[in-house]
Design a binder for this molecule. Structure first.
Ligand code: ARG
Length: 479
């Protein structure tokens, strides 16, 4: 929803009775949060309705008042959704803006809504409700990205590529196996968000300003109405801690960490030096000076935006650090980092789910793949880097040689092949036998890429059969 925030006007604030002079205009601007916390509006209204209904059920306010409040808030929600609500900076934040509008509409009943409540327990309730819904969006975004990766892994369950350690060719792996590594990371990310939601999903309302309230409230009833799993059990903690927001931002930071690793690989692989993949033009830009350039902007930005999300995590941790109990205005600074973390993460997940998917048919039109895979270049790179040297050592071990001796013999053979500028499999049998007399004609099966892949045939291994099994397990358990 796009919202217009009006400049200062001369409305009195709800707490001005105690003050001898008006708050300075610059201070009003400095302290107002409506410019960003308007995003909590629907959850603020949801929380207020549950609170009012509880006040009615407990006979703290009349049922007529509850009806008026419900109708008034429903109208306000419509105004907000239609972009017709006038947000006033003078009214500080989302809570006071809505309450003032309600009172203008329904009179005294509106003024009774805040009975037994404070903005301190109200704001953290709103943030928890907002974050709970956002967490569900994030989880579904993660699942969509996993779905793209799974389809891609399935299509490439036996596509050979070099596996790297230290960014040097190490051993052959399948592209499917490589992609499934990210499916695993994202699976843990999903679990982290689901776990963080358990602690987030507790009701602060009832804590009031800090110490609770003298009205005979029913907190369990409010919790039930709002779908919370229970209530925060200490009022001072309820209004003050933002650990749930920090946890969310940490979980988001880890997703971004994972995606930045993938980004780095996509950037490398799409460089003509690797040429493993070609990212579709719709995800790239050109250079204004170098006509030949096609830049992988999306993965580069994902890598860059990871820093932005880490920054928000640091901001939130620092915000909380050293705050005495209970509520302090510092906490108003929780919203912008949290909102931007969620916005950044959600759009990143969406764009990557699109970029990493196989071609799909949408509205009768084939939407092209986000990138194409150059199997030949991957295979070529795997065959060039002595990727099967470990297989040769293992072969010698199976013929009875101790592993350390086998390692040494193969290292010498590799050195020889490097000098001759050929691969191990190009060396004649007689030459190979100079390094280890145990070597016989059957060695050439071991030195093939497929032989190497298929030999790693256990759970977690790169054998194509295992990749298929991993995909099937992920499909069966996921989401
Ligand atoms: N806008 C405030 C925030 O985000 C709401 C709570 C204000 N409470 C107070 N006592 N001033 O934290």
């Amino acid at each position: 929803m796009t919202q217009k925030i009006s400049a200062l006007n001369k409305k009195e604030s709800s707490w001005s009775g105690r003050f001898n002079e008006p708050v300075a205009e610059l201070v009003k601007k400095y302290t107002a949060s409506v410019g960003f916390d308007y995003r909590l509006a629907t959850h603020d209204i949801q929380g207020s309705i549950a609170h009012a209904q509880m006040l009615g059920a407990q006979k703290i306010i009349s049922l007529d008042d509850v009806k008026s409040i419900e109708l008034g808030l429903a109208e306000i929600l419509q105004e907000i959704e239609a972009g017709q609500f006038e947000w006033l900076l003078d009214l500080e934040d989302v809570h006071l803006n809505i309450e003032k509008r309600l009172t203008d509409k329904i009179g005294d009943a509106g003024k009774r809504l805040h009975t037994g409540r404070s903005r301190n327990d109200q704001v953290t309730t709103d943030v928890r409700l907002w974050l709970r819904a956002t967490t569900d969006y994030v989880v579904s975004g993660l699942c969509n990205l996993q779905a793209s990766l799974l389809d891609l892994a399935e299509a490439h369950f036996d596509t050979v590529m070099p596996g790297f350690t230290h960014l040097q060719v190490a051993q052959p792996v399948t592209f499917g196996h490589h992609l499934m590594a990210y499916v695993e990371m994202l699976k843990r990310d999903v679990e982290r968000f689901q776990d963080c939601k358990k602690r987030m999903n507790k009701l602060p309302l009832g804590a009031a300003a800090l110490a609770g309230t003298s009205y005979p409230i029913d907190r369990e009833l409010v919790a039930k109405k709002l779908g919370f799993d229970g209530v925060c059990e200490n009022s001072l903690d309820a209004v003050s801690d933002r650990d749930f927001a920090i946890e969310f931002t940490f979980a988001a930071s880890l997703v971004m960490t994972h995606l930045s690793r993938l980004s780095e690989e996509l950037i490398l692989w799409s460089s003509p030096r690797f040429a493993f993949i070609d990212i579709a033009d719709r995800f790239c830009t050109g250079s204004s000076i170098m006509p030949q350039k096609k830049n992988p902007d999306v993965p580069e930005l994902v890598r860059g935006k990871t820093g932005r999300v880490y920054g928000h995590l640091t901001a939130l941790l620092t915000l909380m650090k050293g705050q005495p109990l209970a509520y302090n205005k510092d906490n108003q600074e929780d919203k912008e980092p949290l909102f931007d973390t969620a916005d950044t993460l959600l759009v990143t997940l969406e764009i990557y789910a699109d970029m990493l998917r196989l071609p799909v048919v949408e509205n009768g039109l084939v939407v092209k793949a986000g990138f194409t895979v150059n199997k030949e270049a991957m295979r070529q790179a795997a065959s060039e880097g002595f990727a099967t040297a470990t297989d040769l050592a293992d072969y010698l071990v199976k013929k009875g040689m101790p592993f350390r001796d086998a390692h040494e013999a193969v290292a010498l053979a590799v050195r020889h092949a490097v000098d001759k500028k050929v691969d191990l499999s190009d060396l004649p049998l007689a030459t190979l036998q100079q390094f280890a007399s145990e070597i016989t004609q059957d060695v050439y099966a071991v030195l093939t890429l497929e032989g190497s892949l298929n030999s790693r045939n256990h759970i977690g291994g790169t054998a194509p059969a295992q990749v298929k099994a991993a995909i099937a397990r992920a499909r069966a358990t996921k989401m």
